[in-house]
Design a protein around this ligand. Structure first.
Ligand SMILES: [Zn+2]
Length: 304
């Protein structure tokens, strides 16, 4: 990364974490347990996640399974997430996931039946939905219909390989129009690259840098559809705001009802860019911070 983003996320990143005032408690919309880390480090246990949350003033964290072959090398099943979060449900909030290509799903009704079992076991949302088909593939549409039937918000990963779409997100628009009462939470490079109007297909797999000259598809979709949200997690979320901090802050101000704090924390010791970003966002009005850091999540997810 270059320029402003470089100074935000450079070697001082961890240092500034210690100086970030306690603005929380935060609700983290995006964490993972038990994943094999790609640099030889261990996956995260529930106890380690809870200790990390204590240190960073995170009251609750959504824990997301990863079941599709394109999502991760080492699958994290819904059963695993439900099991590992048991006993900590006041703070660790499990979601569930089903790959829409799974055999014998038995149509929308069959998927609804599976989802109901997961809900009975404690699941509060659907995701991380990260599957190697188009965002508006007919199999995905069937899955969204089932999620709408049981009121489970869908957190999706969108890039050029998972839930893929074209610049301007026409496929996602079709989804939002078809299921206008179902909340969708956008995540990853392909989603966040569309914060700018001049996005290319190639940029939808990257972390684009530089000024945002014109509002992109994210703003357009948020203007037209009340059921689309964005999750600030991972390098993609932090970069989308930090690449042009002036634009990013105004984006957060005008979309303060649609943005959810998240980290994508998944390995002990992971550098979390969001905390550096938070120190840059100190000047946001307290009301806006309250909504982004926890209020919107409380509105969207039934934590009871
Ligand atoms: Zn993730």
């Amino acid at each position: 990364m270059v320029g402003l983003a470089g100074s935000l996320f450079g070697p001082g990143a961890l240092r500034s974490l210690a100086t970030t005032p306690a603005e929380g408690p935060y609700i983290d919309m995006h964490t993972h347990l038990g994943q094999q880390w790609w640099k030889g480090r261990e996956g995260l246990t529930a106890a380690e996640l809870l200790r990390w949350m204590d240190r960073h003033n995170v009251a609750k964290a959504v824990v997301l399974p990863l079941v599709s072959p394109e999502s991760w090398g080492y699958p994290v099943t819904t059963a695993y997430v439900l099991n590992q979060t048991k006993g900590h449900r006041d703070r660790l909030i499990p979601f569930c996931a089903i790959d829409p290509r799974t055999i014998n799903l038995d149509g929308v009704n069959g998927i609804v039946e599976m989802l109901r079992r997961y809900i009975d076991a404690g699941a509060k949302g659907f995701g991380e939905h990260k599957t190697g088909i188009a965002i508006d593939d007919s199999r995905n549409m069937r899955l969204y219909e089932a999620c709408a039937n049981v009121d489970l918000p869908v957190l999706f990963h969108l890039d050029n390989h998972r839930n893929f779409d074209s610049p301007g997100l026409p496929g996602l628009e079709k989804v939002l129009k078809s299921f206008s009462n179902l909340p969708f939470i956008g995540h990853a490079q392909g989603w966040w690259a569309n914060i700018a109007d001049d996005v290319t297909q190639e940029a939808m797999q990257r972390y684009p840098t530089g000024r945002v000259r014109q509002r992109g598809a994210i703003d357009r979709l948020m203007d037209n559809y009340s059921n689309i949200y964005g999750d600030l997690s991972a390098g993609s979320g932090a970069n989308a705001i930090a690449r042009d901090l002036g634009f990013g802050i105004h984006f957060l101000l005008r979309r303060s009802d649609r943005i959810l704090f998240g980290t994508d924390y998944l390995s002990p010791g992971q550098d979390v860019r969001q905390y550096t970003l938070l120190s840059e966002l100190m000047k946001l009005p307290p009301k806006v911070k309250q909504k982004i850091y926890r209020g919107n999540a409380q509105r969207l997810i039934n934590f009871q």
